[in-house]
Structure formats: structure tokens, C-alpha cells
Design a protein. Structure first.
Length: 79
């Protein structure tokens, strides 16, 4: 089975399930999947990346000054 066929099969099975616990597990799995890497190679999950972006947006919405380029770089590239 090729990747595209496997994806479709999984999507159809997910759409047909009524098992909330299984759906929560799938969501957790996807949220913990590596989304990107920092410049030093640290893996970032979707959730970590989203949390970082939300923090920046909240500061912006609150009227606080955002990060300088260097501050943003240090925040993203935690060792």
C-alpha cells in the first residue's frame, strides 16, 4: 500500500470511529510529533511551536513590546 492510500484508509477509519479515547490518543500523538527543529537541532513538537507563537501573540495583544531578534532567537533556541 502506498503512502497516499494508507493516509486515506486511516482518515476513513478516524472519521468512522466514535471512540473518544482513541481520538484523544491520535490527537496527542499528532501534537507530539516533531514539527520542526531549532537551529541547534532541538526537536520541537507542534504543541511547543504553537505555545511559543501564542505567547508572542498574547504579548503583542497586551500591547507589550515584542522580542528583539536576538531575544526571539534565544527563546526559540533553548539548549
Amino acid at each position: 500500500m502506498n503512502v497516499e492510500a494508507q493516509r486515506r484508509n486511516i482518515v476513513h477509519r478516524i472519521l468512522d470511529t466514535e471512540n473518544v479515547q482513541l481520538l484523544n490518543q491520535i490527537e496527542d500523538l499528532l501534537n507530539n510529533d516533531i514539527y520542526t527543529h531549532s537551529t541547534n537541532g532541538k526537536p520541537l513538537t507542534v504543541k511547543e511551536y504553537e505555545n511559543h507563537l501564542n505567547e508572542i501573540m498574547n504579548l503583542s495583544d497586551a500591547g507589550e513590546q515584542g522580542y528583539s531578534t536576538e531575544e526571539a532567537r534565544k527563546k526559540i533556541i533553548k539548549k
